[in-house]
Design a protein around this ligand. Structure first.
Ligand SMILES: N[C@@H](CCC(=O)N[C@@H](CS)C(=O)NCC(=O)O)C(=O)O
Length: 252
């Protein structure tokens, strides 16, 4: 896929989903242990769970189970009794759940003390839109590629609707690389727009005492995707560079 279409089709995919998974809640109760999500980029139901996780501002461990992948398939079957994604394991509450609606409702109930918003329900219309988003992306992220395992999990800063972050998440899915997904969805008007051309005039200031303000203090701006690979000591911005790095390091 050429770069222009890669970015354009990712923007179209986010537009098809109404840019859900852009906003993150202002407060978050990050649990002690990371909830784990068996996931596949491009799976219409998994997308709804990831949208919910962005909106809750929750960090989570993603365990990719692409079609044809074997690295985590048996583990998924062992914990869930099936090969279906999405599947959530929350070690904080000893919860194991399959199915987008059940997972999303559990996450909202447990981590926000309220019911999940209607737009995150897996209605037929929403699933058709989510499927279309995958078609527009030409099924990227859906099928496994031959890859090397990473001894330690990678870390990705992202939010679900971010077109540039999607490109990286698809790659991590195809290469069956588990990662800590740190969601830094937008929390105020001033966060809207690309890092280099925000719609808000004047100097950018994230909300204080947030993951965004922590990121800003470290990097001088807030931009996703941002990848950290503890296996090689690499940390980097720029979706095209990150994709090339992942191919070079993990694709066989
Ligand atoms: N050239 C960069 C563009 C990255 C970019 O613009 N990311 C947007 C999200 S899609 C961003 O970080 N916006 C600022 C924000 O969310 O605060 C890349 O390819 O990674």
């Amino acid at each position: 896929m050429n770069r222009t279409w890669d970015v354009t089709s990712s923007v179209i995919a986010s537009t098809l989903m109404g840019w859900r998974g852009s906003m993150g809640s202002r407060s978050v109760q990050q649990p002690e242990k990371l909830p784990e999500l068996y996931d596949r980029e491009g799976c219409p139901k998994c997308r709804l769970v990831r949208e919910a996780v962005t909106e809750l501002n929750l960090d989570i461990r993603i365990i990719p189970v692409p079609q044809g992948g074997t690295r985590f398939l048996q583990q998924l079957k062992d914990v869930s009794g099936s090969d279906e994604v999405p599947y959530l394991v929350d070690p904080n509450t000893n919860t194991r759940l399959g199915g987008a609606d059940l997972i999303v409702e559990y996450l909202f109930r447990h981590y926000a003390g309220k019911s999940a918003p209607k737009q995150l329900h897996a209605t037929s219309l929403t699933l058709v839109r989510s499927k279309l988003a995958t078609v527009v992306r030409q099924n990227q992220g859906v099928r496994a590629l031959p890859s090397l395992a990473a001894p330690q999990d990678l870390t990705l800063y992202s939010f679900e609707s971010s077109p540039y972050s999607r490109i990286v998440r698809e790659k991590l899915s195809e290469l069956e690389l588990p990662y800590k997904l740190i969601n830094i969805g937008k929390q105020q008007r001033a966060d809207v727009g690309p890092a280099t051309r925000r719609l808000h005039l004047g100097p950018y200031k994230p909300l204080p005492n947030t993951k965004r303000s922590e990121f800003f203090a470290k990097h001088g701006n807030v931009q996703v995707p941002y990848l950290i690979d503890p296996n090689t000591g690499v940390d980097m911005f720029e979706s095209a560079d990150i994709s090339a790095y992942l191919d070079k390091t993990y694709k066989r």
